[in-house]
Unconditional design. Structure first.
Length: 50
């Protein structure tokens, strides 16, 4: 497990999510709003978007 978890806010673009995933080599990105996890974005989700 990691303590430095990368997250994304709900209003951010799919492009920004994909950049974070590539930069940090991660496959899943929690979507966080007001310090609460409201969803999770996967590499497959971003690929389907593009």
């Amino acid at each position: 497990m990691k303590t430095d978890v990368k997250t994304i806010a709900p209003g951010k673009s799919p492009t920004e999510a994909a950049r974070l995933m590539v930069k940090y080599d991660i496959g899943r990105l929690p979507v966080v709003d007001n310090e609460k996890i409201i969803g999770i974005l996967t590499r497959s989700d971003t690929m389907l978007y593009f």
